[in-house]
Structure formats: structure tokens, C-alpha cells
Design a protein around this ligand. Structure first.
Ligand code: KIV
Ligand code: NA
Length: 264
């Protein structure tokens, strides 16, 4: 089985093949997801909420993400592995380089950063130093206290235009993948069509190049509530492997997310 790379992901977008992604935080789940055919595994800083029980992702450290990245890497053969840079670990380009290095050495093949305009220099620094970067726009959870809650972003014309411009600028700066979280579906489609790089959505509608969910949400075991954009695949299938495989089939067929999991 051929390993998924940034080149594979780009080809998938070009050929209209959907990219299926899940978060994972340990070797056993990573191996199970990998065996079911997941394309991308993210060690999300969502681990602060689903593993550590915090109300947001802010308390997560680089060492936390590195620890889980080592575990996921050990369980993964084929899938592409991305690690989140946690809150304040990329406040300056220099900090970003130092901390991204820790995650790459731990086994990530790409790091993900939340933000737009202010990150352009950081993205160029990382890419020039051979660290592939994934962007993250829309509802960026590290900014929850600025937003005043976990709220859909990009609802106004002005905000929508800003997110589109940020996406284009990030692509120009060198990101090779973009996550869009909780934005209206038509805006996500517009961004997907405007970019050459693959765009992966969560709460961003079906017209993205791929989808990602937090594993605890799609298995219905989250300590907190179930977000509107997620779906409990374990309840539907009654079996862990079947749940993952059903999620993958639904994403590939364009059957997930439906309108009921999306924002207009
Ligand atoms: O931390 C995370 O799990 C994420 C995904 C939801 C995109 O950033
Ligand atoms: Na995250």
C-alpha cells in the first residue's frame, strides 16, 4: 500500500477524489483508522477537550501534542500524519520553527496553524525550512475567547471576503493544505474553487475536497455535547470498524456532510 503524501493529496483534489480525515491520538486508533483506509490523521489540539477534559484547546502544550504524535506515528502505515501547533506555540516565527521541529521529529509530516494575515511570514519561514504547513480558517478554536464562543464564522459579506482573501494569501505563502471550520457551505465552495491546494472541511459543507471529524464526535463518546456538523457513526453501525468505514464511504460518495450537518 502506497503511503499518502502531499503529492497524493494534491492529485486527489485534481481528480475530484475526496480526502477522508479523522483525528487520532494513540497508536491503536491510528492503526484501526489506517487499516480502514483513512487518508489523513490529525493529532488535533482537540485532545485538550476530548482527552484532557478542558473546555477549550488553550491549555494544550507542544509536549502534549508531541507525545500523542509519537503514538499515532507508531500506529500509522499509509495515512498522512498532521500535528496541530497548540495555542501560543507559533506566536513568533522563531517560536514556530522551534516548536514545529519538535512535532516533525515526533513523527508528523505536516503541522497545522490557526490564522490568516498575521501568519504569512511564519508560513514562509516554515516552508523555506522544509516544514509542510496546513492552514486553518473560519472557527479557529484557539480564538474562542476573541469570538465570544464557538460560533459559525464568515456569515457577513465582509467576513466572508476576508476569509477568502486569507485563504488565497496563505496558499501564496506556501501552505499545502487548508482546513475550513464552521463556515457557510457556499463560502467553503468558493474557497475550494479558488485554491489549487486541497481544502478539508469540518462544518463547512459537502463542497470541500475532503472532510475531517474529531474521532470522539463520530463515535459519540465526547464528554461534552455533539456538534451539529458531526455524526455518530458508531450508533448507526454498532461496530467501530464499520463506523469508520461507513464514514469513509459517505465522504467519498459525497453523502456526508448532509444539509443538516452544514451551515447556510
Ligand atoms: O484539533 C482538531 O481536532 C482540529 C480539527 C477539528 C480540524 O483542529
Ligand atoms: Na485543532
Amino acid at each position: 500500500q502506497k503511503k499518502i503524501s502531499t503529492a497524493t493529496l494534491l492529485t486527489m483534489k485534481q481528480q475530484g477524489e475526496k480526502i477522508c480525515a479523522l483525528t487520532a491520538y494513540d497508536a491503536s486508533f491510528a492503526k484501526l483508522f489506517d487499516e480502514q483506509g483513512i487518508d489523513v490523521i490529525l493529532i488535533g489540539d482537540s485532545l485538550g477537550m476530548v482527552l484532557q477534559g478542558h473546555n477549550d484547546t488553550l491549555p494544550v502544550s507542544v509536549d502534549d501534542v508531541a507525545y500523542h504524535t509519537r503514538a499515532v506515528r507508531a500506529g500509522t502505515q499509509r495515512a498522512f500524519v498532521i500535528a496541530d501547533m497548540p495555542f501560543m506555540s507559533y506566536a513568533t516565527p522563531e517560536q514556530a520553527c522551534m516548536n514545529a521541529a519538535k512535532l516533525m521529529v515526533a513523527g508528523a509530516s505536516m503541522v497545522k496553524l490557526e490564522g490568516g494575515e498575521w501568519l504569512l511570514h511564519t508560513v514562509r519561514m516554515l516552508v523555506e525550512r522544509s516544514v509542510p504547513v496546513c492552514g486553518h480558517l473560519g472557527l479557529t478554536p484557539q480564538s474562542v475567547h476573541v469570538f465570544g464562543g464557538f460560533k459559525v464564522q464568515g456569515r457577513s459579506d465582509l467576513q466572508a471576503e476576508q476569509i477568502l482573501e486569507q485563504a488565497k494569501a496563505l496558499e501564496k505563502a506556501g501552505i499545502q493544505l487548508l482546513v475550513l471550520e464552521c463556515i457557510p457551505s457556499p463560502l467553503a465552495k468558493k474557497i475550494r474553487d479558488a485554491l489549487t491546494i486541497p481544502v478539508i472541511g469540518i462544518g463547512a459543507g459537502v463542497d470541500c475536497d475532503g472532510q475531517i471529524l474529531v474521532m470522539h464526535d463520530m463515535l459519540g463518546v465526547s464528554a461534552n455535547y455533539m456538534p451539529k456538523f458531526s455524526k455518530n457513526y458508531l450508533a448507526e453501525t454498532g461496530d467501530l470498524r464499520a463506523a469508520v468505514s461507513q464514514y469513509i464511504n459517505d465522504v467519498r460518495a459525497g453523502d456526508f456532510p448532509g444539509a443538516e450537518h452544514s451551515f447556510q
